[in-house]
Design a protein around this ligand. Structure first.
Ligand SMILES: [Zn+2]
Length: 264
């Protein structure tokens, strides 16, 4: 890599022997790979309300990526007990979550899919399940949807947006204020402040899942042979460095240094 400058650098799974022309990667024995999540802002194109499209991003829609990463991070640590989860800037408009716990290296595709299914059963390409229908086995996930997804949705809403779901303007204002000033928002508080009207509740819960629930690129997590950008390598199109993110809540892509800035 030093002798021949590369535009993009990726790392993939560990194999028993190096690949060659005679034994291509598909034919050699697979030994392990980190467990990785990919969140990209363009996955949200259908539900972004800020006006950004494709590669574009702003503080408003970047918060979708931050929310998703925080949600997945908490789920990995609290529901699965993983300890080493790091987040890496993708170099353009997304983040990669690497679960580094040794045990995940050996996970086969079925195991990866099982975790992914737990994480996405309320929202994937095919279905949007209502919050009320989440079974008790997934209680931690349900609680997290209230404390992170519902909180974020409500505190960023305008009274007018909530009115469209059937909540009066006055009530909407007090809901938003309530959520904004709450440090430990949860299911219980949600039940108190949201009007006890089945139709309103159903509309609200499907709207918040649709707009703010994490959208994960499933293939990246499932495919054990896929490659991922090497942490601290340079993104060949933006020149930005895929740095490790110390604080998901504070990180914004513009703050990642470019290779030119780093060489100055
Ligand atoms: Zn935007």
């Amino acid at each position: 890599m030093i002798n021949n400058a590369v535009k993009h650098a990726y790392v993939g799974a560990i194999y028993e022997t190096p690949p060659s022309r005679e034994s291509p990667i598909q034919k050699i024995k697979w030994k392990g790979r980190e467990f990785i999540f990919d969140i990209d802002i363009d996955e949200y194109d259908l539900v972004r309300t800020c006006g950004c499209e494709g590669y574009g991003y702003c503080k408003e829609c970047w918060s979708l990526v931050q929310d998703a990463a925080i949600f997945i991070d908490e789920t990995m640590r609290e529901d699965f007990g993983f300890k080493e989860v790091i987040w890496i800037f993708s170099g353009r408009r997304g983040v990669h979550g690497w679960v580094m716990d040794k045990i995940t290296q050996d996970f086969d595709q079925a195991q990866r899919v099982a975790i992914l299914n737990y994480l996405t059963f309320i929202h994937d390409e095919k279905r949007t399940q209502s919050l009320e229908e989440i079974p008790d086995e997934a209680k931690p996930l349900r609680n997290r949807i209230y404390s992170l997804v519902a909180k974020s949705f409500l505190e960023k809403s305008t009274p007018k947006q909530l009115k469209e779901l059937g909540i009066s303007l006055n009530k909407a204002e007090s809901i938003i204020q309530n959520v904004q000033s709450s440090d430990n928002f949860d299911h219980h508080q949600y039940n108190i402040i949201i009007p006890n009207d089945t139709l309103v509740r159903r509309k609200l819960s499907s709207e918040l899942v649709l707009r703010r629930y994490p959208r994960i690129d499933r293939k990246v997590t499932m495919d054990t042979r896929r490659v991922s950008r090497i942490p601290y390598s340079v993104h060949g199109s933006t020149g930005q460095i895929a740095i490790v993110i110390n604080d998901l809540k504070k990180f914004y892509p513009d703050s990642a240094p470019t290779i030119w800035e780093s060489l100055m």
